[in-house]
Write a new protein. Sequence first.
Length: 136
Amino acid sequence: MHAEFFLDTNILLYAASSAKSEHGKRTKARELLAMEGGGLSVQVQAEFYVNATGKFKLPHDKVVGILESLDSYPVLALTEAVFWAALRIKERYQLSYWDSAILAAALELGCHTVYSEDLNHGQSYAGIRVINPFIV
């Protein structure tokens, strides 16, 4: 399983958002989703589901449909190896476990880039560059 870039949960959430105030971010998120070479993790799928059905109040069936539409993306499962890699990244970079797990999953998929607004734009973590697509 391999991907060129990794999409963090916020990319999926902006793509699904209908808020007028997030029109620009929604457009950019959808452009990223349309690109080939992206990857996800089960963590991203779960976070998206919880936030889309909770915060955005989207119906279960719609959220499941969105996730199913991403079935061409490689999706990395949470494994013991990813867990331990996340803990090493957490310790090295002083990040939250959840952000570290995103980076560990991206590493496991062979990604060179993570698109996220939650990590420092332009910083490299363990050889993966973070790009906040909403400020570029």
